[in-house]
Design a protein around this ligand. Structure first.
Ligand code: RP5
Length: 170
């Protein structure tokens, strides 16, 4: 087992269906990671101990997903100098706008990089880009990923153009 480089934290196990996408992306890129349920509100002492011990264990980046009064990313950032990427979880009552605003409005000096509501895959990609600054193999994997993204997009355009041409001939 490789030592985890990325920590995926979530306030509740109900956040896992969203955060699983981050785990899947990290797995695709071969980045060792771990996932924990630790809450800024429900288990603050355990969260603080975990965050304090993270650098010793070789962790480099935190991903923090939470919903509603989503203070997890901010509290993690308050206790570490490692980068924190937050994922606002979509909520029933306010559709995740509550989570987004709770996460994104951090005071100067305690930044939390916040991705779009529910976009855990982007949080993982940002974590990978951070790790890739000092990892040539990850840089190559990211470049290949971008090439695939471009190819897929251009293929979609060709398909659309063909459909539109077919329509105008009728
Ligand atoms: C937050 O409260 C969690 O991150 C979760 O998104 C939300 C609701 O938690 P549960 O009531 O589903 O456990 O702390």
């Amino acid at each position: 087992m490789h030592q985890p480089l990325v920590s995926i934290l979530m306030g509740s196990d109900s956040d896992w269906p969203t955060l699983e996408a981050a785990s899947n992306v990290l797995k695709d890129f071969g980045v060792p990671h771990e996932a924990r349920v630790l809450s800024a509100h429900r288990s603050p002492a355990s969260l603080r101990r975990y965050v304090a011990g993270a650098p010793r264990r070789g962790l480099k980046v935190f991903i923090a997903g939470a919903g509603g009064a989503a203070h997890l990313g901010g509290v993690v950032a308050a206790h570490t100098i490692l980068p924190v990427i937050a994922v606002p979880i979509e909520t029933k009552s306010l559709k995740g706008l509550d989570s987004l605003l709770s996460m994104v409005q951090m005071p100067t000096g305690v930044p939390v990089a916040t991705v779009a509501i529910g976009n855990a895959a982007n949080a993982a990609l940002l974590a990978i880009q951070t790790l890739a600054l000092h990892d040539r193999a990850l840089q190559r994997k990211l470049a290949a990923y971008k090439r695939r993204l471009t190819a897929k997009n251009l293929k979609a355009d060709r398909t659309l153009q063909a459909t539109l041409r077919g329509r105008s001939c009728r």
